[in-house]
Design a protein around this ligand. Structure first.
Ligand SMILES: [Zn+2]
Length: 258
């Protein structure tokens, strides 16, 4: 697969593919990057009947390219290879941190970790655009695509209504079957983990903090019933990591009852 290194070229390609795939691309604003302004895209595909709304976000950390490339691969194979998505309203924010993407760094060009700024009193432009947009409707399921330089294999965070209803175990099982490596540590990022899953139930939701929160917690606060964050290992080829994201997404959409 082609790896894009410049946010402007990647966003242009994603916009073209989204139109081909029947999505409606909206430009929420322009984001400054070292190479000039880049359109901040949000894609949606509305279906006529009332249906659950799934939001997929990618590229909030600039040095985690698998997420935005997974979005591109999804659009390129849509709708033919995605019957699971026919019954849902899908929205995609493909590249939240274009300046960080260009600089291959986690933070934006001003050194801000955007995934700690949701709900902040004075958020940076990338997050202000999203907060204004997210407040307008109910998201039922939120999926955030990330990578983790320290991990030897895939793992995920899940915020679910109960332990029994978690999708994580099925995601991990499907990834193992496909031959993908899993991070089996009992502690990941300082948190207890089991078989590649860091699970929290909504009963144990951390207090929302005034200085700003990660995107998943913010959407949970706005009413999302479940949030999932996928983490892939950058030491593997891009194509493998993209496939891990897409397979995990497929498992979630298959597991989810509408
Ligand atoms: Zn990340």
């Amino acid at each position: 697969m082609t790896e894009y290194k410049e946010s402007g070229a990647l966003v242009k390609k994603i916009r073209e593919e989204s139109l081909q795939a029947g999505f409606h691309p909206r430009v929420l604003g322009q984001i400054e990057t070292p190479k000039g302004p880049v359109p901040f895209l949000s894609l949606s595909r509305k279906i006529k009947r009332r249906a659950p709304r799934v939001l997929i976000a990618a590229g909030i950390h600039g040095d985690e390219p698998a997420g935005p490339h997974a979005v591109l691969a999804l659009l390129e194979s849509f709708p033919g290879k995605w019957p699971e998505l026919s019954g849902v309203q899908i929205e995609i924010v493909p590249l939240i941190n274009p300046s960080g993407f260009d600089l291959r760094q986690r933070t934006n060009v001003h050194g801000v970790d955007l995934n700690r700024m949701f709900g902040a009193a004075a958020p940076p432009p990338e997050i202000r655009l999203l907060m204004n947009d997210y407040r307008r409707r109910q998201i039922d399921l939120f999926i955030d695509l990330h990578e983790d330089v320290d991990t030897p294999g895939f793992y995920l965070y899940e915020l679910a209504p109960s332990e029994e209803s978690a999708f994580g175990p099925q995601i991990i099982s499907d990834l193992r079957k496909a031959g993908h490596p899993i991070n089996d540590s009992s502690v990941i990022e300082g948190m207890p983990a089991s078989s590649g899953l860091i699970l929290r139930t909504t009963r144990h939701l951390p207090r929302f903090f005034r200085k700003g929160a990660p995107q998943g917690l913010y959407l949970k606060k706005l009413g999302a019933r479940r949030t999932l964050t996928f983490e892939t290992p950058p030491r593997l080829p891009l194509e493998d990591r993209v496939n891990m994201h897409l397979l995990s997404l497929r498992t979630v959409l298959t597991s989810w009852s509408f």
